[in-house]
Design a protein around this ligand. Sequence first.
Ligand code: BDP
Length: 713
Amino acid sequence: MKKSFLTFTLLLASYLLMANDGYKLWLQYYPLENPKSEYREILGNARVPGESPTLSIIKTELEIARSGFFGPATLQKDSNSPKLIIALKDTDPAINKNTTPEEMAVLGEEGYLIKKFSEAGQNKILITANSEIGLLYGTFKLLQTIQTGEQIPNTGLSNSPKIKHRVLNHWDNLDRSVERGYSGSSIWNWHRLPRHIDQQYLDYARANASLGINGVSVTNVNANALVLTPEYLAKAKALADAFRPYGIKLYLTARFSSPMEIGGLPTADPINAEVQAWWKEKTKEIYQYIPDFGGFLVKADSEGQPGPHNYGRTQAEGANVLADAVRPYGGIVMWRAFVYNEKTPDDRHKQGYNEFKKIDGEFRENVIVQVKNGAIDFQPREPFHPLFGAMPKTPLMMEFQITQEYLGHDTHLAFLAPMFEETLKSDTYANGKGSLVSKVIDGSLHKYPLTAMAGVANIGTDRNWTGHHFHQANWFAFGKLAWDPETRSADIAEEWLKLTFTTDKKFTEPIQKMMLASHEMVVNYMTPLGLHHIMARGHHYGPGPWVTGGGRDDWTATYYHKATEKGVGFDRTASGSDALGQYAPEIQKEWGNLKTAPEKFLLWFHHLPWDHRLANGNTLWDGIALHYQKGVEEAKANVAIWESMEAHVDAERFKHVLSFMKIQAEEAVWWRDACLLYFQQFSKMPLPDGVDKPEHDLDYYLNFNPKFVPGNG
Ligand code: BDP
């Protein structure tokens, strides 16, 4: 007992002292607290019958975990009496003996079952599934359960994904720049592909598999047709081959004008027979390279991208051409609903809905419309997109942005699971009360046969993948919610902290609290009370409520906040743009009435005088100022909380996080002062008690111009 305790203490001490650059993400496999754990023998004495790339990944994973948990010494294996059996049904008698057909039936294609059983007086564990990928998912689940110190229930642990396609969207360009990427360059080195497969591709695939992510779109939605040429298809094939054993399918973004750009046709009109034939031929070629190619992701008629509008066609006519091409091979088309145009005189909020609602039911069966969580653009907070619930005849998928384009980029800690959860839990009232967005997405509300969720990746070549160590948690959260959109953000935070740092409650409890409050904190110091899109022009880093003019009104801040001496906010009720009219009557009633409208969306839907009274009796102006102040205070308090955690974290990650938190606290002040000085010109009211006086005048902020902000093309 004493000796093993000593071993554990030494292991743990050396783990804490070791430089940890975060590369291992949530797969740390650090020493277990209970050194006598029965898992030592279980992991050291596994039987995984059969040979295949996926099975060999499973074996390696068990070995990495075992030596991380218990130290490198190997165990004497007793192959006659394995303690852990990982196998498909009918490939191992222990599986057939200890499972029922009913248990197997609910697992579907990718689910798994972990069960304890006893044999000849020994405690054993089995993991089974209907596919090798299910076995891999089950293996990761067992290892996560061991690391976090949870128990496997006596009834077993059975789980299967609620969403079919769980896809990361990389906005990565072929030159390795990343649109809205803040953590280095693209991890795809197209120049070296296909001859060199970097270890990072495999580590990336492994990390995704550990979360159940099963699809990757590797290229920017602002697409380059070059990726569909043979030279690049050979490179894409090499990536697809690397991902396959991890259960990950490759998708490509398709530029709508490709038939002209690389096909030499005079048009890309979707009803033109030659265009249709071109897509069919091209798709056949892609499947020759990548037999399990997932399909296309398309951004059309948006922000300068070509699309069916160029030929007077609908989005369905555009999508269907590609859908017909991939259908014989089982592929899908993810067609984005992010369609808007500065020449359309209507509120930008309304354009996606207006474009798609009327063509509900006109898409082929293998098209899924990919809808951003909100109707504008990944703001720190948006009400759910009114298309959710409005297209019963067309499968809709969720697009979340994991990369923090509008949330302070890589240095601002914002745990996004609560934001994702807020959207998923919103009630669309499509089929009456309880018609949650999550039920639209998992297909249960409208019986969609095709279901999917996409997350715009925050991954780059930084050693820790995501810039801020805590932004690994956003990648993690996306994976968990894509698997089950009803997962609670509190559970996600806790699990991530335990896997990534320690199970010590002295650390996990305060830091989980900090994470869960961090999104609201960012909303407070950036865009409280429903303000939105008041970031700096182009790169969206830092405040820019003064951004105006420049040719595209819908890319300015003044378009969205409409501040004058009379008031502030975008009137989207019936007296204004009536975007609210796109939601269910129940929502119109609640959000349209100032007595019941949620304050978090107040200025999103209403234009109000500065002296409008909030629920707590404060004027709107005071309320805005106090929210900004609160955000600043929280960001400063977080620095102190993190400083008090030094004993629990390795020095390298501790320092890294600390310096980012200091940046965040400083920049929260920047946001508060710049926005309040700007809006004060109109409100002409003093700052309320408790709000710090700005250090500089408005001119200072207007002239502050950070250079070379990354991610802006
Ligand atoms: C906006 C980004 C832009 C993207 C666009 C999109 O500013 O870089 O290309 O969304 O989603 O958020 O297509």
